[in-house]
Design a protein around this ligand. Structure first.
Ligand code: GLY
Ligand code: MN
Length: 438
């Protein structure tokens, strides 16, 4: 960044209902990446004169209420930072410094903090991101080191146990919240946070369903999209589906197998230099072929994908970057997923593709195709006769209530081919059925 000084501002405690009752603290991932310091109210500056960490000094009240802990100096020393300053001096430093570059904070309380410190308006702060800095950070964080891969794989070992517990707990009469409890029990007893709010539901067609109120009924599918964080805050992100009564029906198995074939084809397509958009389109084509064979789609599958007809069933992108964030670095915007000058497609389905640019060695990406039967979307498309050359609406109608299937793994791109990270988690339909028996 030449003579510029980089400011990375950390997170603050976020109040839930009054200032001292807070949400669990989670540090900003850029701060974690560059110094690994997980405590509120710190700011890391990196410039031509070296690095400094601003933070709150030791406070006896804090020790009384929260106990003794590592000092800021000790934490900074581990990060190789010897210049530790009282955060009370941050405003004066900021107002006196020249050419400070930052990336846009996204939590309102951090935006407002930075605005106060700097004497700017919150909208000035929100629009002042340095795009070059964002691109540089993205380039560094996108390529995972062996240490980072070890973190993700360690998180995945906890996630595997979460999914095995979920398979075993799934049965008619259990509630979605019982499965959430089984999953959380594993993570909590391993002293882990979740990388994101688990999606555990018999209404798998609701893509980001965070309610857990339904009772599991025979004939339903349970979708579990959940993942633990590593001790150093790296994410994992896994989705598995299983039949509530332990055995897939013929219809469920047929759809499940199409999703699995699509996921395996997408993983096979992994190679450095291959645009992730092509991987997405490969998985979409396998879905269109499978649904055509099942009579839900018709016509030429390749043409159907080109027109976006598969998106009635597969309306999201096939995956995203994974790292310290479950959707890694998406706070930086489309610089993460799209090459400079390339805009997202406006076609329904492709517009939700978060990663389109060519894969590189060291990228860790999720591969998570799915097939969903979304009643409101089916009704809307059918009423408009939308893409009716490719969709057999009469047959689709009979699948309302089916729910959804998604299968997701976390995959590393290497010169030698794709590497599915972490220990295996049962995903062939027969392995899933066996895992449900414990
Ligand atoms: N795990 C949720 C998602 O990838 O969006
Ligand atoms: Mn995901």
């Amino acid at each position: 960044m030449g003579d510029a000084t980089i400011l990375l501002i950390g997170h603050r405690m976020v109040p839930r209902n009054y200032p001292h009752n807070t949400y669990p603290f989670r540090q900003n991932s850029h701060v974690l990446y560059y110094c690994g310091i997980s405590r509120p109210d710190v700011a890391l500056v990196m410039g031509p004169d070296g690095d400094a960490l601003f933070g709150p000094p030791e406070d006896i009240d804090d020790v009384v209420w929260h106990g003794p802990h590592e000092t800021l100096e000790e934490a900074s020393a581990k990060a190789g930072i010897s210049d530790v300053r009282d955060v009370a001096g941050l405003s004066e430093w900021l107002r006196g410094a020249s050419d400070v570059r930052y990336i846009q904070p996204y939590q309102d309380n951090v935006i407002n903090w930075m605005a106060d410190l700097w004497g700017k308006s919150s909208s000035e702060v929100s629009s002042g991101q340095c795009d070059r800095l964002a691109a540089q950070i993205c380039a560094q964080r996108s390529v995972k080191t062996e240490d980072e891969l070890a973190e993700i794989e360690e998180a995945l070992s906890v996630t595997r146990a979460m999914h095995l517990a979920s398979y075993r707990a799934t049965r008619p009469g259990a509630k979605e919240s019982d499965i959430v409890a089984a999953v959380q029990q594993v993570a909590l007893s391993a002293d882990r946070a979740q990388s994101y709010n688990p999606i555990i539901t018999v209404r798998g067609e609701v893509l980001h369903n965070n309610d857990y109120h339904n009772t599991l009924e025979p004939g339903q599918l349970l979708l579990n999209d959940s993942g633990a964080e590593s001790r150093s805050w790296y994410a994992s992100d896994i989705t598995r589906c299983c039949p509530v009564d332990g055995t897939f029906t013929e219809r469920q198995r047929a759809i499940y197998d199409v999703v699995l074939q699509s996921q395996l084809a997408a993983i096979d397509a992994f190679a450095p230099g291959v645009p992730y958009k092509d991987v997405h389109l490969t998985s979409a084509r396998v879905i269109a072929e499978g649904l055509t064979a099942l009579g839900l789609m018709k016509g030429d599958p390749a043409e159907a994908v080109a027109e976006g007809a598969h998106a009635l069933f597969f309306p999201h992108g096939v995956g995203h970057m994974l790292g310290l964030d479950v959707h890694d670095m998406e706070d930086l915007g489309d610089v993460v997923g799209y090459e400079s000058g390339v805009a997202r497609s406006t076609q329904f389905g492709l517009n939700f593709l978060r990663l389109a640019k060519p894969l590189e060695t060291g990228f860790v990406v999720t591969v998570e195709p799915g097939i969903y039967f979304i009643p409101a979307l089916i009704d809307r498309w059918r009423a408009d006769n939308h893409l009716c050359d490719f969709i057999d609406y009469e047959t689709v109608e009979t699948y309302k209530g089916f729910g959804g299937v998604r299968i997701e793994d976390d995959v590393l791109c290497t010169e030698g081919g794709p590497r599915v990270l972490g220990p295996e988690i049962p995903k062939d339909a027969s392995e899933v059925e066996a895992a449900m028996q414990g």
